[in-house]
Design a protein around this ligand. Structure first.
Ligand SMILES: C[S@@+](CC[C@H](N)C(=O)[O-])C[C@H]1O[C@@H](n2cnc3c(N)ncnc32)[C@H](O)[C@@H]1O
Length: 245
């Protein structure tokens, strides 16, 4: 039985007031953990989400987002013809890690990044899915590292390594950090890098603003809808002359 349900039933049998029970139930819902299992790339990928009912900025990174799920599923579709074997990939705002884990199973050498307070949650999922005891299950063991957009980018020296892909799913939702996100993508990309940024149109004016910034700063090669028109993936390279050192 669900752990939360067991706890609630136990609580119901104790002599505590209705108000206390309600408060405890709300508290448990806020901090609730949930496991979701995906059949992807011929295997099972299990993702733990945390603080499922919590509405804070940090809780955002501890949940699965539909665009991340859609992109991970799209990776195995026959319409998707990019290859990831032996490619160096950096993922921005990796959250629960589903996309980076799927890419690792495709043979990529992946670095998953997120805010310093989120990466322990990312790492938990990465380890549980890509290691069997101490035995790695992927060709390259995925790395999990902190990266706050626009900050301490020297920790990621330009062109060292040269990333084949810079990927970020569902990272376009905080307007005040759009410039930081663009600066980070630029910093990590060379003309050979394929940049894949996926976003849901939730607030049209906001996403349009990002789109314009993106088109101004990168050489956009294409745009494709994944699972319906509301989730768009922009594909680009750095502009010629940028970041060639
Ligand atoms: C909506 S979630 C998407 C998570 C994951 N990519 C997915 O699709 O499930 C956005 C992610 O961006 C991260 N994020 C938000 N602001 C950030 C910032 N300034 N620097 C780095 N990561 C950030 C969040 O912690 C979160 O993991």
């Amino acid at each position: 039985m669900d752990d939360l349900l067991t706890e609630l039933l136990e609580l119901n049998s104790k002599p505590v007031s209705y108000a206390e029970r309600l408060e405890k139930a709300r508290d448990m819902m806020r901090t609730r953990r949930r496991r979701q299992v995906f059949q992807l790339l011929g295997r099972e990928i299990a993702i733990w989400e945390s603080d499922v009912g919590e509405e804070t900025d940090l809780a955002i990174g501890k949940r699965l987002w539909p665009g991340g799920v859609a992109f991970a599923e799209f990776l195995e579709s026959e319409n998707f013809n990019m290859t990831f074997e032996d490619k160096k990939v950096i993922e921005l705002g990796a959250g629960t890690g589903l996309v980076g884990i799927a890419l690792s199973f495709l043979g990529a050498d992946v670095t998953l990044t997120d805010l310093p307070d989120i990466i322990s949650y990312t790492e938990e999922n990465v380890l549980m899915n890509t290691m069997n005891d101490n035995t790695p299950l992927c060709r390259y063991t995925p790395q999990v590292r902190p990266l706050t957009w626009g900050q301490d980018l020297a920790e990621y020296p330009r062109n060292n390594p040269r990333y084949d892909y810079v990927i970020g799913m569902e990272c376009v939702y905080i307007e005040p950090v759009f410039n930081d996100l663009i600066a980070t993508i630029k910093h990590l990309s060379s003309e050979d890098t394929v940049i894949l940024i996926g976003y849901h149109v939730r607030i049209k004016a906001r996403e349009e603003k990002f789109r314009k910034l993106f088109f101004d700063n990168f050489n956009v090669l294409g745009e494709f809808a994944v699972k319906g028109p509301a989730f768009t993936v922009l594909m680009a390279r750095a502009l010629p002359g940028e970041n060639t050192s």
